[in-house]
Write a protein of this length. Structure first.
Ligand code: BGC
Length: 724
């Protein structure tokens, strides 16, 4: 117990020191009025050709500056969980370069599983600092598309099925990045919720789904996070390409939300010069090996011709340049940007902290976990994922890292001088690989002779572009065909569990897999996502109770794919041309709870090695608001953290509303036996919904049920209130 408390305290100290260090890095801000004065003076001196040079890429990850006016090139890099290895201009991605090997942070879905916005900030600060040290002005993250189906190949990069959780996590991330003097880029705006036909599919959804589910993360990114850049998605929305979408970009993002920064296209996502000019695209990006080809981009030479011929007013181009220069000023490209740092001990410590708090204990029958170092003599570690490096996979989010601790390394270190860790692969990570009898036999023999068997399985990150079409991988550019375990792992689990009932399963991957075949037989299951550079260490410490797990699922794990809303009542992936979001606002638990479908593991679920009691819940209703107070008590013998989740149900409403919606949460760290009062204030947002008949947000007076719980399906206390 002492050890656990120490760990919690020391990790917190590291985290706090990371947070405070970042703050001191911020430069004194200039007012926007002062910035715009300087911008307008610069624009006045620019030729049309110079302006147009700034609104399209001139290499894979840069756009031109204007040297004679002291305007530098704008430089950017992927991606959401680490600064990508260098690409473009003279770089050969296959060559090992020491200085582009950075910190590999746990991927987006693992960050969201921490339910800890402060870690969002710490995560962003690492990225910002490393991007800065590598000479980047923009880091192409966070990716916050709503997780609509378990099949999306990019779910690992994204955060959640719930707009409130996304909105809370994204703000810290963006501030963390931008306090380092570089810009974040929130992507992909909007409705890039599948990779299948991502560059042509037309997404149709109601205004209500748009407002309630798909927009809130972007709104928070702009209005609370102050994000400087955004990336338009590849797909179409209501018939118009997202990057050149008047409704989404001009009306909502720049109009309603008041976004002042630049909207860049996704790579080669512009389709029409005039649409892009009129509908708000500020910067066209894309990759082309031929340098001259950049002049043929939609927002390149053609624009010069159109302006010269009087078809396009030059003021429209000025507006784009104005936004680009605004980002340049905000990111200190004309004054001194604070120094960044790279691959530091602190950065890896943040990666570890996120993994420690993001790994989710899904199941733990009869206290199978934590394991005890003093009694265990041997572990049979099984599974190719235990020894597979994941950082280089996934597509554009790939990271070349200085180091990545695999589960095998983490456990072997933990066991040094204390217990023996044998290793057998159990399956082969290979396209279309089926159960391998020899590998299974080897694993079974090892499991029989060990005190405990630990299988590390699940999905793997797609490694190189040629494998993108292989659906056994989590990667950009392809969705999975189903939710099944790949590589014959079901057979492996069946056999190992028979050989040793004390089998622990650790799953890697970007989301839910079908567990129905063995979920009742395996006594302990952990969801480890892609846990980053320090993942193997964090995992070993959780398995042995040196860290008490506190991650909670940011998505519902359905039992079977057919029970997931996009597949049960929606369309996925559409007919190849169009996809109708018939699941509407019933995404994730909003569907499971309203339609009374039992999930495998519910949204917000995650166990601890201690237990928490909820008491004294009180709700005081105000004017379209309420204040919730309750006491949380750590009832066990170990320090730990609980995420108190507050859900709201509108008891009577004109339009149908979900059974419950997350409207507040707080992660509370408690010593053994400690109690704390938690206060969660619910504002108007917690009660309103978007009435798309009226075309506006409404709060309807009447009765609401306020629920507090440890997950969406583990409500511990509730109270009814009446709003006038
Ligand atoms: C991805 C973006 C990424 C861009 C640049 C695109 O394929 O969709 O997320 O930022 O490439 O690498």
């Amino acid at each position: 117990m002492k050890r656990l408390m120490l760990r919690t305290a020391s990790s917190l100290a590291i985290a706090l020191c990371i947070f405070s260090k970042e703050k001191t890095n911020a430069q004194p801000a200039q007012t926007d009025a002062a910035i715009y004065q300087k911008i307008d003076a610069k624009i006045k001196q620019m030729t049309l050709e110079e302006k147009v040079g700034m609104i399209h890429g001139n290499s894979s990850f840069t756009s031109a500056g204007v040297q004679r006016l002291g305007i530098p090139e704008l430089t950017m890099s992927d991606g959401p969980h680490g600064v990508r290895m260098e690409h473009g201009r003279g770089w050969d991605a296959s060559t090992q370069h020491v200085f582009d090997s950075g910190t590999y942070l746990p991927t987006g879905i693992c960050l969201a599983s921490t339910w800890n916005p402060k870690l969002g900030y710490a995560f962003g600060a690492v990225l910002g600092s490393e991007a800065n040290a590598r000479g980047k002005d923009i880091i192409l993250g966070p990716g916050i598309n709503i997780i609509r189906s378990p099949l999306n190949g990019r779910n690992f990069e994204y955060q959640s099925e719930d707009p409130y959780l996304v909105a809370k996590m994204v703000v810290g991330y963006i501030k963390g990045v931008q306090d380092q003097g570089v810009a974040a880029c929130v992507k992909h705006y909007l409705a890039n919720n599948q990779e299948t036909k991502r560059s042509s599919i037309n997404v149709l959804m109601s205004d209500r789904a748009l407002r309630e589910i798909y927009l809130p993360g972007f709104k928070a990114a702009v209005q609370e996070g102050g994000v400087y850049t955004a990336m338009g998605a590849y797909n179409k929305f209501r018939g118009q390409w997202c990057t050149e979408n008047d409704y989404l970009v001009n009306k909502i993002l720049k109009g309603e939300f008041g976004f002042k920064g630049l909207l860049m296209s996704d790579w080669s996502a512009v389709h029409n010069t005039l649409e892009a000019i009129w509908s708000g695209t500020d910067l066209e990006m894309g990759t082309d090996l031929d340098k001259k080809a950049y002049d043929k981009f939609y927002l390149a030479d053609t624009v010069i011709t159109l302006v010269k011929n009087g078809v396009v007013d030059e003021k429209l181009i000025d507006e784009k340049v104005r936004r680009i220069l605004y980002v340049m000023y905000k990111t200190h490209m004309f004054d001194k940007r604070p120094a960044g740092s790279f691959s530091t001990k602190e950065h890896f410590a943040t990666a570890k902290k996120v993994a420690e708090e993001g790994i989710v204990l899904l199941k733990n029958n009869s206290n199978t976990l934590p394991l005890n170092k003093n009694t265990i003599k041997s572990i049979a570690l099984i599974g190719a994922n235990a020894a597979t490096l994941q950082s280089l996979g996934g597509g554009s989010s790939q990271v070349r890292t200085r180091y990545e601790i695999t589960p095998r390394e983490g456990l072997t270190r933990m066991g040094a001088g204390k217990f023996n860790v044998s290793y057998s692969a159990g399956y082969k990570v290979e396209k279309d690989a089926k159960a391998n009898k020899d590998l299974i036999k080897e694993a079974v023999d090892a499991a029989k002779n060990a005190d405990v068997a630990i299988i590390v399985g699940g999905w793997v990150h797609g490694y190189d572009f040629s494998k993108w079409s292989d659906n056994a991988y989590d990667a950009e550019g392809a969705d999975k065909p189903d939710m099944e375990m790949p590589f014959g792992q079901n057979e492996l689990i069946d056999a190992v569990i028979k050989a040793n009932p004390k089998t622990i399963l650790v799953l890697m991957g970007g989301g839910a897999i079908d567990m129905t075949r063995w979920v009742n037989d395996v006594p302990a299951i952990l969801q480890a996502w892609y846990p980053g550079s320090e993942g193997g260490n964090a995992l070993a410490e959780i398995l042995f109770g040196e860290v008490n797990p506190s991650g909670k699922l940011p998505v519902t794990f359905p039992k079977q794919l057919s029970e997931s809303p996009a597949h049960a009542i929606g369309e996925y992936p559409g007919d190849g041309v169009t996809v109708h979001y018939l699941d509407d606002i019933f995404v994730g638990y909003r569907y499971f709870d309203t339609y009374k479908v039992a999930p495998q593991f519910p949204f917000g679920h995650g166990l601890s090695y201690t237990s928490f009691g909820y008491s004294n819940m009180n709700v005081v209703a105000g004017n379209q608001s309420a204040t919730v107070t309750l006491t949380v008590t750590n009832k066990g013998k170990l320090a730990g953290a609980e995420v108190v989740q507050v859900y709201v149900k509108d008891d009577v409403s004109t339009l149908r509303r979900p059974e419950k919606e997350l409207k507040g949460f707080e992660k509370v760290f408690l010593k053994a036996g400690e109690s704390r009062m938690v206060t969660i204030v619910l504002g108007k947002d917690a009660f309103q919904y978007y009435n798309d008949i009226k075309g506006q947000w409404v709060v309807e007076p009447g009765s609401f049920t306020i629920m507090a719980g440890s997950s969406s399906r583990d409500i511990r206390a509730s109270k009814e209130i009446t709003l006038k």
